[in-house]
Design a protein around this ligand. Structure first.
Ligand code: NAD
Ligand code: LMR
Length: 329
């Protein structure tokens, strides 16, 4: 028997990421090839933007996706989030050349209080929320705090793009396909302070630290490439990453809902106090997922170099949180 459709709400649907993301979801890449989907699209109430959104909807229709069971366009969050099973909060202002992601804090923070409240009011009681809009961790924190009626654990931030970037770099360094690499992940904030960590990673079962005996490569090549990749793309394209961001969002939700089969991935999730990260801080952790739930991988050794990097990214997140605290009262 055919499955009942799932409702996926997507904000910023007429933006760059939206233009990749919607088609991937409608094609079954995110929820599975047997899962019909209804897309509930939110954009700002601007005539031009709503018109652009109607064009994207025409294109979705013209793909005749077998799994697409409905599409609707909205300019009001409570209409867009009604009964949503999954909410992808993409809509917000992207950074331009020379900006840090935290420069977007004030501009974007208000959006996430409004949207957190709307989710609280009308979404499915088990809605799975992924925040993509930057600064993603702090925006996810704001949305979570604005939705006290929903489980906090259902609010997540996207570090999967950082994870995928790290994966490609490590695979190239050891000369193996990305599918050979396991137990790689990224700690912390989706910002230049993130800390990609391959100390526990393996390639075809062989420990990566045995294959890469090169602290200088880790410190001076790998870390800067991964943590500054977003800026490098803005510099090269004149626009922030879009197709790779959409792909990472698809990967994040797919793994969360359909399971990783014991493998590790990276999700930005509210801390349970693990590794000294204060409870509730939305932080990139290694996780495994099963039956629609994630579990933070516990008990990993933290050496001095890692501790310094984890503390640095945590400090930045706590400062971001401090600066938006007034919006939560
Ligand atoms: P974009 O400017 O092309 O599109 C954003 C869209 O959001 C616009 O169409 C805009 O009208 C809409 N929007 C703005 N405020 C809204 C609101 N309140 N409700 C609904 N829609 C709203 O930007 P983009 O390139 O698609 O990027 C979107 C966000 O994703 C940016 O914040 C960007 O920095 C972030 N991003 C995050 C990651 C990550 O890894 N976490 C990666 C890439 C981009
Ligand atoms: C990215 O990592 O590509 C995005 O967060 C966009 C940005 O501002 O870097």
């Amino acid at each position: 028997m055919a499955k009942a459709p799932m409702r996926v709400a997507i904000t910023g649907a007429a933006g760059q990421i939206g233009y990749s993301l919607l088609f991937r979801i409608a094609n079954g890449d995110m929820l599975g090839k047997d899962q019909p989907v209804i897309l509930q699209l939110l954009e700002i109430p601007d005539e031009k933007v709503q018109k652009a959104l109607s064009g994207v909807m025409m294109e979705l229709q013209d793909c005749a996706f077998p799994l697409l069971a409905g599409i609707s366009a909205h300019s009001d969050a409570t209409a867009a989030f009604k009964d949503a099973d999954v909410a992808l909060l993409v809509g917000s202002r992207p950074r331009g050349p020379g900006m840090e992601r935290k420069d977007l804090l004030e501009a974007n923070a208000r959006i996430f209080t409004v949207q957190g409240k709307a989710l609280d009011a009308v979404a499915s009681r088990n809605v799975k929320v992924l925040v993509v809009g930057n600064p993603a961790n702090t925006n996810a924190y704001i949305a979570m705090k604005s939705a006290p009626g929903l489980p906090s654990k259902n609010f997540t931030a996207m570090l999967r793009l950082d994870h995928n970037r790290a994966l490609s770099q490590v695979a190239a360094k050891v000369g193996k396909p990305v599918t050979a690499i396991e137990k790689l992940f990224v700690w912390g904030n989706h910002s230049s302070t993130m800390y990609p960590d391959y100390r526990f990673a393996t390639a075809d079962g062989q420990p990566i630290p045995e294959l890469i005996h090169d602290e200088a490569w880790n410190r001076d090549v790998f870390l800067p490439i991964v943590s500054k990749r977003g800026a490098a793309i803005i510099e090269a394209r004149g626009l922030s990453s879009a197709a790779s961001a959409a792909n990472a969002a698809v990967n994040h939700v797919r793994d969360w809902l359909l399971g990783t089969g014991g493998k590790w991935t990276t999700m930005g999730v509210p801390s349970d106090g693990a590794y000294g990260i204060p409870e509730g801080t939305i932080f990139g952790f290694p996780v495994t997922t099963e039956n629609g739930e994630y579990k933070i991988v516990q008990g990993l050794d933290i050496d001095t170099f890692s501790r310094e990097h984890i503390e640095q990214t945590l400090k930045e997140l706590l400062e971001e949180r401090e600066s938006i605290q007034h919006l939560l009262s």
